[in-house]
Ligand binder design. Structure first.
Ligand code: UDP
Length: 194
């Protein structure tokens, strides 16, 4: 079930149910997109229809922030808990490890995605990170990066280009990349790389 907050759909699911949804998406194999909706994005989407459109087109929208959870309570349509990008990502890792899913980390400064991959593998030794690439590329380099992601055939793509560029990148290229689940994760790779 979805609730509607200021024109944006939000899936009324707790963390565990969001994780389960991702498992279903991967099982189906077709490209799916996840938006973790934070207050800043929701605010900007009020005046930028193209940002709101991306939320409506996402297969899963999570409440990213205490403010969003609070607002759903105030509106009488409470969602159970905050589900941030980094938390959802971290909750998916044990399953990715167990199921042998491939992960691609795209974004942040040169070196950060690779370092984040190393850190993740310390916690999850069997995790398959099938590719990394930094997030400082020009529009004319995008086809090359899209091709690199597609060739790596990850099950999960985490995109850290900042909001809303990461959401736009995923929407623009999901059909070409054919990754079962793509999600913007903001500054998460910086946090994980430490
Ligand atoms: N970033 C990037 N390419 C850019 C601009 C930003 O890869 O052209 C990265 C930046 O290094 C950081 C992330 O995107 O790792 C954005 O993090 P931030 O916390 O600003 O994003 P938000 O959480 O606000 O979406």
């Amino acid at each position: 079930m979805r609730v509607n907050l200021l024109g944006a759909p939000i899936d009324n699911l707790n963390m565990q149910e969001n994780v389960q949804q991702v498992v279903e998406f991967v099982r189906s194999g077709n490209p799916h997109t996840i938006i973790t909706l934070n207050p800043e994005y929701l605010y900007r989407a009020q005046n930028q229809p193209e940002l709101m459109k991306l939320v409506h087109e996402a297969d899963l929208v999570t409440p990213d922030g205490a403010g969003i959870v609070w607002a759903t309570k105030m509106a009488g349509i409470p969602v159970p808990e905050r589900v941030t990008g980094i938390d959802l990502m971290l909750n998916l890792l044990p399953i990715a490890e167990q199921k042998g899913w491939g992960l691609f980390l795209l974004g942040s400064s040169p070196g950060v995605a690779g370092e984040a991959a190393e850190q993740l593998k310390k916690q999850h030794p069997a995790l398959k990170i099938v590719g990394t690439h930094h997030g400082y590329f020009r529009p004319n380099e995008e086809p090359e990066i899209v091709a690199k992601v597609a060739a790596a055939q990850p099950h999960l793509l985490f995109v850290a280009l900042g909001m809303p560029r990461q959401e736009q990148f995923i929407a623009n290229y999901k059909d070409q990349m054919q990754v079962p689940v793509s999600m913007g994760v903001g500054g998460s790779l910086d946090v994980i790389a430490g």
